[in-house]
Design a protein around this ligand. Structure first.
Ligand code: ATP
Ligand code: ZN
Length: 210
């Protein structure tokens, strides 16, 4: 039996469950349960907060996980990635108040920037030779400039409508993300074999979708 952790409820949940179903794996899903067993494959599915998934897979509490690459890289656990899954595509971007002049990333020198991704943003800014004060907040990042908490923000966007609604303008892409399959690095041989079977099915699903 292999254990796969997926997001309990959020933007990754539905597509993660669809992928498992399209792999021909049946299970009873209930929104209240924390785990469920597949009916026709030696698989147990755990439902967790996405932020907890990389750590649980690293520690072996779960063998496998599906998580946004943004969360994986932010956690410093890139080495767990097995393959990209092609859904939940989004980007981590810098945005500034719409009325502010902005020419290049150098304009952020010395500014206060609110984000939930200090590692990803910090390494991006370091690569650009920009020093800024990063303020880590876990939610509602996009309101930070309007309440005087920050001069700019760095947050996940897919369409940009949330930014517009908060009077912000997207100015730089910091990181492009999609859902990825991750695995513990010391899987027993029997589990490694199950992972390979799952990957084979996932790849067939993706080919069929194209
Ligand atoms: P949790 O309660 O599990 O901590 P969360 O609020 O942190 O959930 P979600 O907003 O559900 O997370 O996003 C989960 C992941 O989905 C993100 O880390 C990102 O990879 C991806 N994602 C976020 N926003 C979008 C979007 N607008 N479009 C597509 N994918 C997105
Ligand atoms: Zn989260």
């Amino acid at each position: 039996m292999i254990r796969l952790a997926i997001q309990k409820s959020g933007r990754l949940s539905e597509d993660s469950l669809s992928l498992i179903r399209e792999c021909g794996i049946g299970f009873l899903s209930s929104t209240f349960k924390l785990k469920t067993e597949a009916t026709n494959f030696p698989l147990e599915i755990l439902f967790l907060r996405d932020d907890d998934i990389p750590g649980y897979v690293q520690d072996g509490v779960a063998d496998l996980g599906i998580v946004g690459q943004n969360v994986l890289v932010e956690a410093g656990l890139t080495s767990l990635q097995v393959e990209a899954l092609g859904f939940s595509k989004c980007r981590l971007s810098l945005a500034v108040p719409r009325g502010e002049a902005y020419n290049s990333v150098a304009d952020l020198q010395g500014k206060n920037i609110a984000t939930s991704y200090p590692q990803l943003l910090g390494s991006y800014l370091a690569g650009q030779g920009v020093q800024a004060q990063l303020h880590t907040i876990s939610g509602s990042v996009e309101i930070a400039p309007s309440i005087g908490l920050a001069d700019a923000i760095c947050d996940i966007v897919s369409s940009g409508s949330t930014l517009l609604g908060n009077g912000l303008r997207e100015v730089e892409t910091v990181f492009r993300s999609e859902a990825v399959l991750i695995a513990n690095q010391q899987l027993a041989p029997e589990k490694r074999e199950l992972l390979e079977q799952l990957q084979f099915r996932m790849q067939a699903v993706r080919r069929a979708r194209r």
